[in-house]
Design a protein around this ligand. Structure first.
Ligand code: IPE
Ligand code: IPE
Ligand code: MG
Length: 259
């Protein structure tokens, strides 16, 4: 039912009235999403928090399909933070199983959609089975040229920055890099997102206005967009609405107004 429904999603996005109002020449090169509010959505429906995560995975599929239809160059989603281990083990176990099952189900369709997946964060701390599957997914899609889809699991930006710093220090120690060559570019190359442009647009659902340790380096000049809508209720229509807003923002990067 799921797959039958969503093989058609790209066309559905293009049929949305809001899509016609979108200036496609002003789309972000890199969009990042903090998918928050699964638990609160579930509570509102009288369901367990875990049901919120399952509904959230359904939303993610719709939004990825929209990104494919819109030909967004890069999309990074926050799926599990280094701080989320503080949650009850039953919830953490459920989320990890959900990643495994959904990824397993979706690999081939993402591949058919020309998606190129990458997992960012401390992937080596996930279960061996999940690590194997993430590797398989990356390998299978490595030559694809469509949406660069980064999934942050066991990800924390401070942790990523520290790991990048250690990598840089090692390169300097081994004489591959001189200390003078430590700059924004060589630092970028050591991040999990190496090769992906900086985040232009950061969306957070669920009503909180904070970045919760997500892509701190990469979002230095990101435009921020918040909505009270909980992630399971987020829609391709709202996504296009957000992108439309992005197109109207005047970005100065510390310079003067663009004339
Ligand atoms: C986001 O939703 C998903 C994860 C952090 C894994 P939450 O689970 O944080 O939902 P709320 O914020 O408690 O509603
Ligand atoms: C951010 O949501 C992490 C993810 C969406 C994976 P949280 O629910 O963990 O953030 P806080 O705790 O409200 O800052
Ligand atoms: Mg939350």
């Amino acid at each position: 039912m799921w797959n039958r429904l969503f093989k058609r999603a790209p066309r559905e996005v293009m049929d949305l009235p809001v899509f016609q109002e979108l200036d496609r020449s002003r789309l972000p090169a890199h969009t990042a999403i903090i998918m928050d509010g699964n638990g609160r959505w579930a509570k509102g429906q009288g369901l367990l928090r875990t049901a919120g995560h399952a509904a959230g995975a359904d939303t993610l599929k719709k939004i990825l399909k929209a990104a494919i239809a819109l030909e967004l160059p890069a999309l990074t989603i926050y799926a599990f933070s280094t701080e989320n281990w503080k949650r009850p083990p039953v919830e953490v176990d459920y989320i990890m199983r959900l990643f495994f099952n959904r990824l397993m189900q979706e690999i081939d369709e993402m591949d058919e959609d020309n998606v190129k997946i990458r997992f960012i964060g401390r992937i080596n701390e996930l279960s061996p089975a999940l690590q194997e599957l993430t590797q398989k997914a990356e390998d299978q899609m490595k030559d694809n040229t469509g949406v660069q889809f980064n999934v942050a699991i066991n990800y924390g930006a401070q942790d990523e920055i520290l790991r990048a710093t250690k990598k840089l220090m090692q390169r300097v120690q081994q004489g591959e890099l001189s200390p003078e060559d430590v700059n924004e570019n060589s630092f970028d190359d050591c991040l999990d997102t190496a090769g992906v442009p900086p985040v232009d647009f950061l969306i957070r659902t669920g009503g909180d206005m904070r970045v919760s340790n997500f892509l701190l380096w990469q979002s230095a000049y990101a435009e921020l967009w918040f909505t009270d809508t909980n992630w399971p209720d987020f829609t391709p229509e709202l996504f296009v609405e957000a992108l439309k807003d992005f197109g109207k923002r005047e970005r100065r990067f510390g310079g003067l107004e663009n004339k």
